[in-house]
Ligand binder design. Sequence first.
Ligand code: ADP
Length: 211
Amino acid sequence: MEAYGRLWKVPEGDPLFREHLQSAISFPCQTSNSKFGASFHGRGYYTVSMRTAIYPGSFDPLTNGHLDVIRRATKLFDRVIVAVAKSESKNPLFTLEERVQMVARTVRNLPTVKADSFEGLLVKYVEKCAAQAVVRGLRAVSDFEFEFQLALMNRKLNERIETIFMMPKDTYTFLSSRIVKEIARLGGDVSAFVPGHVRTALARKLSAGPE
Ligand code: ADP
C-alpha cells in the first residue's frame, strides 16, 4: 500500500482491503456513502481514506494491559501499528526482534493491527507511516506527568500529530511489564497477565539466565 497523507492506495488483492474494507467495495464510486471514503481509480486499486494510529512502547514483554489498549484503539482507527521501540537505555530483557515477534503473534487475529519496530524519534516514524495519531495507555495518575510531557514534546516537534490516551479495563491498571518480569523472576504465576506464548517466553528466558 502507498500512502498519500490520509489517502491510501490499496490494491484489490490486499488482505487489509478484503478483510476490513468490504463496505467500501460495495459502493466504490460513491465517496460520500462509503464509510471509508473509497474512490475507484480504474482497474487494480482503490484509494481509501484511513486513520492510522501508532502505539509505541518497549513491550518488554507485551502484557494483557497492552492488548486491551490495542483492542480499544482498533475501534477508533482503521489501522493500528504497534511500534516496538529499541529502548536500549532501559536494558530490555527481550531483544527487539523477540519483542516484535511477541506482539506480532498476539495480534495475528486482528487484521487491522500490525507489529513493527522503530528507532530514534517517534514523530519521524509517525510521519514515515503517514499516521495521524499516537496512542498511549494511562493506568493511573502516576503515568500522567511523564505522558503529558511526552505528548507535549511530540506536539512541539510535529503539531499535526495528536496523542490519544486510552484507559485499560480496571483489572489491568496495576499491570506493567516490569511487575510481570518481577513476578516471573520470583517464580510466580503470570498466566493471568500475559498471553500464553509470552508466559512461555518469559520462563525460557529467565531459566536461560543472563546472556
Ligand atoms: P514505555 O517504555 O514506552 O513506557 P511500555 O511498554 O511500558 O513502554 O508501555 C507502552 C505504553 O503502554 C505506555 O503508554 C504505557 O503507559 C502503556 N501501558 C503499559 N502497561 C499498561 C497497562 N497495563 N494498561 C494500559 N496501558 C499500559
